[in-house]
Each structure stands twice: as C-alpha cells, then as structure tokens.
Design a protein. Sequence first.
Length: 116
Amino acid sequence: MKLLNNYEIVVKKSRFIAYYYEIVDIGEIKEILNSLKSEHKKAKHIVYAYKFGNTAGKSDDKEPKGTAGLPLYNILEQKQLTNKLIVVVRYFGGTLLGAGPLQRAYREAALGAIKK
C-alpha cells in the first residue's frame, strides 16, 4: 500500500479528509480502514470506495444511501483508476448538509486528493 495523497475541505463546519491509496493486495484495504479508524476515533463517518483488479467495493458508513461511497466509486470508474482506494473521513460539524451538498462534499474531497 502506498498513500498517494490526502486532501481536506471544510463544509459548514464538517471536516472531510480524503486519502488516496495505491493498493497491491486486497487485504491492505482492511488494514488501511482499521488504521484510519484508530487514528480518527472521533470521526462520525469513514466512507470508502475501491477498485482492485476485477473486484470493487464501497461503503456509505451510515451516511444516507448513495451519498458517500457511490460518488467515490464513480470517480474511480470515470477516471479508469484500478488498484486504488479512496477513503474520506468525516468529522460532523453539527449542521446537516442534505443529500446533494453531502455528495458534492465527498466528491470534492476525493477529487482534491486525486488531483493534488
């Protein structure tokens, strides 16, 4: 595994911290997620999407269905990225964003990590 980049944005006091990894073994995904969960104990959500060979996966981690993992997965698809993992850690800032703004925040954080 190799951390290629990270990127952070703040939207209405919620912090979105994106991590972009290159993975060489599917088992690394669980390692990375466990590591981020222990590093960010107070984070409300840790969402992710990955593509590894012919395998893919995503998680909204209790965010409204389709607002977090799917936008990250779509980025991997659109940019034809393989053997990559995007994780976005969210610290809730007290304001509900609504589905559209929430999707945009996750997407913006992920794209920031990829482009940086």
